[in-house]
Design a protein around this ligand. Structure first.
Ligand code: AKB
Length: 324
């Protein structure tokens, strides 16, 4: 199958390109930026420049490539989006519109959308139910969340009206040995990275912060499973998926199993803490489990055991990550 990725230079693209290529798909990776050195493993797949905010360029490239399926990953995440809401609106909202319109005009049959737990926020009537199901009223508190809600609704609209078969998942905070990109959930990854390279980490979140998290291999598998599922099995377009929901200090304890000397302190950043506090503590993913047999493979400690050697390798290869 010919598969085009938008935003391929980000954290998900890093692992998704390899998984698609391993399954013998013909992968065309696109991003505003050139292929990052961290994506050198994907040098077999082609890389093209695409700014999804440019409608004409998006349609032109889709027409040239004529993909069977598009994974739409391009997005500005929650923390960066609050620093530059206009940019988040342009990339996430206008970009998603442009990608859907290009699919409609060029006749791309299927689009896979990456939504997020950021679509949720506390309703006026009280806290979110825990676990939070797929269908609660959505009250996002960030521009990222607002645009992801709109993207989900556009996906349902294009599926119904324009025969573009859109499906996708609401990702928890994703953790992997790759560059994160301006998310509020990044504290969780930096607990690993800074424990390895500095012997500890000052988290920008409180120790009792609890949000849904997922290890990237499960996240990539979820995307592939929902992408390839028979349409008749899907009762909705976008699904909650869940793996584990540790407190920040439980992540620290898990890291200390592997690096006993690692020191963790907590200095909450009010803006990012408010975003984290607005998200669900855990997700109900029973619809994904029922419709396409979704099941995570990694719990917190299994992720820790697999991830720490990968973080070591990433740092040896010279990745430069800023903790803030
Ligand atoms: C973020 O923190 O903004 C993202 C997300 C949870 O979608 N990682």
């Amino acid at each position: 199958m010919k598969i085009l990725l938008t935003g391929a230079g980000g954290q998900i693209g890093h692992d998704l390109i390899g998984a698609l290529a391993a399954a013998n798909h013909d992968v065309v990776s696109t991003d505003l930026a050139p292929r990052p050195p961290s994506h050198a493993h994907a040098s077999g797949s082609s890389w093209k420049r695409l700014d999804v905010t440019d409608a004409a360029a998006t349609e032109r490239l889709f027409d040239e490539v004529k993909p069977d399926m598009v994974f739409h990953l391009a997005a500005i995440l929650s923390a960066r989006g609050e620093k530059d809401p206009r940019l988040a609106y342009d990339v996430n909202q206008t970009g998603t519109w442009n990608v859907l319109e290009a699919c409609r005009k060029v006749g791309v049959g299927r689009l896979v959308f990456t939504s997020s737990i950021a679509v949720f926020g506390p309703p006026p009537s009280g806290p979110l139910p825990d676990p939070t199901p797929d269908d609660v009223a959505l009250h996002p508190t960030t521009m990222y969340g607002v645009t992801k809600v709109a993207g989900e609704l556009l996906c349902a609209y294009y599926t119904k009206k324009h025969n573009v078969d859109c499906r996708g998942v609401r990702f928890p905070g994703l953790i992997s040995a790759a560059m994160p990109g301006g998310g509020s959930s990044d504290y969780a990854l930096f607990m690993y990275v800074d424990a390895v390279r500095k012997g500890g980490y000052e988290a920008f979140a409180r120790p009792d912060t609890r949000i849904p998290l997922m290890y990237m291999p499960d996240g990539v598998r979820a995307l592939l499973e929902v992408a390839m599922a028979d349409r008749e099995r899907l009762s909705r377009c976008i699904y909650n998926i869940a793996a584990f929901s540790p407190r920040a200090d439980e992540i620290a304890a898990s890291v200390r199993r592997a690096i006993p000397e690692a020191q963790f302190t907590y200095s909450p950043d009010p803006r990012r803490q408010a975003i984290l506090d607005s998200w669900p503590q855990s997700l109900d993913d029973s619809a994904a489990r029922r419709d396409w047999s979704w099941k995570p493979r990694f719990d917190l400690d299994a992720m820790t055991d697999d991830l720490i050697p990968r973080v070591r390798r990433m740092l040896e290869l010279g990745a430069v990550l800023s903790s803030h």
